[in-house]
Design a protein around this ligand. Structure first.
Ligand SMILES: Cc1ncc(C[n+]2csc(CCOP(=O)(O)OP(=O)(O)O)c2C)c(N)n1
Ligand SMILES: [Mg+2]
Length: 343
């Protein structure tokens, strides 16, 4: 069993939330979880092809960061990208249709599960290659700064969030990009979702310095460790990092300690991880934790939360129906979108 790291000392104390803020966070996490539970069902019913990687258990990371963003900020993900896209505002219909390979999908049916894009929602993509999104996100942060400082566009104060895994943090692109981002004080959050595993490779067997956030220090960057199963802690750390980025004070490396509740992909029988390890993390389910907090603090009743669950279920059913009813891409359009088209 992978030794559990003692859950972190926060650099930031989670701030209290209002009822409305709590409901937004709750709804977003329920959307992510329910959407993906439905993905598993549709995958096993043969509606999706290729690999499908689910995010169950990690929702607090996406929600805590992206719901602290403005709609004009940028999000960059990995192949485990459905929930980041949903948090960024890509409609469930468009994400489901993309997973079905339909022309109405956010990547017009060309990308599938691992390649969700939406220019409209500043979703810079899911990427199948490990660590491939890190340079893309770093470039997005660079352009925000360049527009503002070199081209004099004062409105260009956008922040980028770059999500990737513990496995990706051993890739060379991670180190190269952190170096540049710190040197140029780029407005970016590097969010490592440390779920302890890279497919079947345990983090402690692959990584010399296991506390990934400490790697920020060699670049003179702020690095923080946060409980990635606690959306309020995620939100507090994200808000602080976003404020720093927007103020021109540069990047932050955030290591979120989290866990995926399912196998690496829907094709993985998930036999590598021990039962006690899984149980340790299942008990920290971020959705149940926020629900308990909201009820305890009298921010919402159990019935109100159940009503949200029900409403989201209807959104998911609608997304599935939309995806089923949508057409496949036309073979005559095979070469479309390879190059930019004239307006
Ligand atoms: C460059 C590259 N090498 C290897 C792979 C095969 N691969 C796919 S996912 C994965 C594990 C990555 O683990 P991590 O970064 O921790 O992300 P997680 O799946 O845990 O979210 C590997 C090695 C790949 N897709 N790209
Ligand atoms: Mg991992």
């Amino acid at each position: 069993m992978v030794q559990e790291r003692v859950l972190p000392t926060f650099s930031t104390t989670p701030t209290s939330i209002t009822r409305d803020e709590g409901l937004v966070l709750y709804e977003d996490m329920v959307l992510g979880r329910s959407f993906e539970d439905k993905c598993a069902e549709m995958y096993y019913r043969g509606k999706m092809f290729g690999f499908v990687h689910l995010y169950n258990g990690q929702e607090a990371v996406s929600t805590g960061v992206i719901k602290s963003f403005r709609p004009t900020d940028y999000v960059c993900s990995t192949y485990r990208d459905h929930v980041h896209a949903l948090s960024a505002g890509v409609p469930a219909r468009q994400v489901m249709a993309e997973l079905f390979g339909k022309v109405t999908g956010c990547s017009k049916g060309r990308g599938g599960s691992m390649h969700l894009f939406s220019a409209e929602h500043n979703m810079l993509g899911g990427y199948a290659f490990v660590a491939e999104g890190i340079p893309v996100a770093t470039g997005a942060a660079f352009q925000s700064k360049y527009r503002r400082e070199a081209l004099g566009d004062a409105s260009s104060d956008h922040v980028t969030a770059c999500f990737f895994g513990d496995g990706a943090s051993n890739n060379g692109q991670f180190f190269e990009c952190l170096n540049m981002a710190s040197l140029w004080k780029l407005p970016i959050l590097y969010v490592v979702e440390n779920n302890k595993w890279a497919i079947g490779m345990a983090h402690d067997r692959a990584t010399s310095q296991q506390e990934i956030y400490k790697k920020a220090s060699v670049f003179g960057m702020v690095g923080v460790e946060v409980d990635g199963m606690d959306v309020l802690a995620m939100r507090a750390v994200a808000q602080e990092a976003i404020a720093r980025a927007r103020a021109g004070e540069g990047p932050t490396l955030i290591e979120a300690l989290t866990y995926r509740f399912r196998g690496h992909s829907l094709a993985d029988p998930d036999e590598m991880r021990s039962k006690p390890e899984k149980e340790f993390w299942f008990a920290r389910d971020p959705i149940k934790r926020l629900a308990a907090h909201m009820i305890e603090q009298s921010l919402a009743t159990s019935d109100e939360l159940k009503a949200i669950d029900k409403r989201i279920q209807a959104v998911i059913e609608d997304a599935v129906q939309f995806a089923l009813d949508s057409p496949e891409p036309d073979p005559k359009d095979l070469y479309r979108y390879v190059f930019a088209e004239d307006e």
